[in-house]
Design a protein around this ligand. Structure first.
Ligand SMILES: [Mg+2]
Length: 395
């Protein structure tokens, strides 16, 4: 089999309501932007994937990855992963381009990718990942409603100027839902997001104080409490805390950084993202070493339904995972239905809080082609893109 053509479409989907990310103060998000990639082959199989990014991601892939993929056998993923990783220093990370290759392989084999990887599980427990700052009452009521929707685990954001105000929210939520619900906190302290007003930056002692408060409240993990390259600070913090786990890694790049995070003992939970931080093959290698160190690999996911499906298959295949990050924060515009709007079938949780892996070959993407076509603002086609757009969505 040979890759004959690559099409990319930049899609901008309006949100029904604004979303104000806790990590980007002053930022108001009104659209969901993604790039849909289709990789065509001489055997008629078309692989799909998506970048959580815009024109910059589309152009970086077109310049630095596409010319090296056309003409290649898509099944030689370990070889092609080298091309994709090498391009990482030239522009926005192009790791997402391994996704269509696995989609092609799954479709050619007639198997869901998770089963191709030997995954035994056909469903993964979701944790609802919220994104906005709310008052203690609003957040407590909101989490109680999420529990009614079926979630058994929920993650909050901490971004008040005074972390004591964040702890008040965490206390209200714990009081509202009791001990039966797993709760986590994402501090988003790994880097400074260029929000309009900046954000309160924690030092080591603040992170330690917050971690101890969250231990008192029986929270499961504290995510990104310190800068992403502060190997020493993270390891020291993990040492000083007892019950609570430390999580992070979503914006670390490359296996070399994850090796350092593992070797230095920075985290209990590594959160690589197959779109942002490493290729799928790289993450699977990492997961094997993490398992030997007693560290879980629970992929980060945000952005769009295609990324969700990819991480669902990955989570179902990894023995040391157990969770799927499930971005959803009503009544903001960032909800599961907005996140998955480009798919004909959004991912939902069952009554026990699990997301089921679709029993379709590849990653099981089925695009809502009319919607994607309507909201496509820029298309690039290289090689023979004679494959029908709709064909990319079929098995
Ligand atoms: Mg995070």
């Amino acid at each position: 089999m040979r890759i004959t053509g690559i099409r990319s479409r930049l899609v901008e989907l309006p949100l029904d309501a604004p979303f104000r990310p806790a990590w980007g103060r002053g930022r108001v998000q009104t659209t969901l932007v993604l790039v849909v990639f289709e990789v065509g082959t001489d055997q008629g199989v078309v692989g799909l994937g998506a970048a959580h990014g815009g024109l910059e991601a589309q152009i970086a892939v077109d310049r630095f990855v596409t010319p090296h993929l056309i003409g290649q056998d898509p099944a030689r993923i370990e070889t092609l992963a080298g091309i994709i990783r090498d391009a990482e220093i030239l522009g926005p990370p192009p790791y997402c381009m391994e996704i269509p290759l696995w989609d092609i392989l799954g479709k050619a084999a007639g198997l869901p990718v998770s089963r191709l990887w030997g995954g035994a599980s056909d469903r993964v427990r979701a944790y609802c990942s919220t994104g906005e700052l709310r008052t203690p009452d609003e957040r407590a009521d909101g989490v109680a409603r999420l529990v009614e929707e079926g979630f058994t685990a929920v993650k909050l954001r901490f971004h008040h100027d005074d972390p004591r105000d964040d702890i008040v929210v965490a206390e209200a939520v714990r009081a509202a839902v009791g001990r039966g619900v797993e709760l986590m906190v994402d501090a988003n302290q790994a880097g400074a997001d260029p929000g309009v007003g900046g954000h309160a930056v924690w030092d080591f002692r603040t992170a330690l104080w917050v971690g101890r408060e969250l231990e008192r409240l029986e929270y499961a993990w504290l995510e990104e409490p310190l800068p992403r390259h502060d190997w020493t600070g993270l390891a020291r913090l993990r040492d000083r805390l007892d019950a609570i786990k430390l999580a992070g890694g979503e914006d670390n790049h490359g296996l070399h950084e994850f090796r350092l995070l593992l070797e230095r003992g920075c985290f209990d939970v590594l959160q690589p993202d197959a779109v942002k931080s490493e290729t799928l093959s790289g993450i699977r290698h990492l997961a094997a070493f993490a398992e030997l160190s007693g560290v879980d690999v629970i992929p980060h996911t945000w952005g769009n339904g295609l990324g969700m499906l990819v991480h669902l298959h990955l989570a179902a295949a990894l023995p040391n995972c157990g969770y799927l990050e499930y971005p959803h924060d009503p009544p903001s515009g960032l909800t599961a239905s907005a996140r998955d709007r480009m798919l004909t079938e959004p991912l939902t949780v069952d009554t026990e809080g699990y997301v089921h892996v679709p029993d379709r070959p590849g990653f099981g993407f089925v695009l809502d082609e009319d919607l994607v076509a309507h909201h496509t603002v820029h298309t690039i086609e290289r090689g023979d893109c004679g494959f029908a757009v709709a064909e990319g969505s079929a098995t």
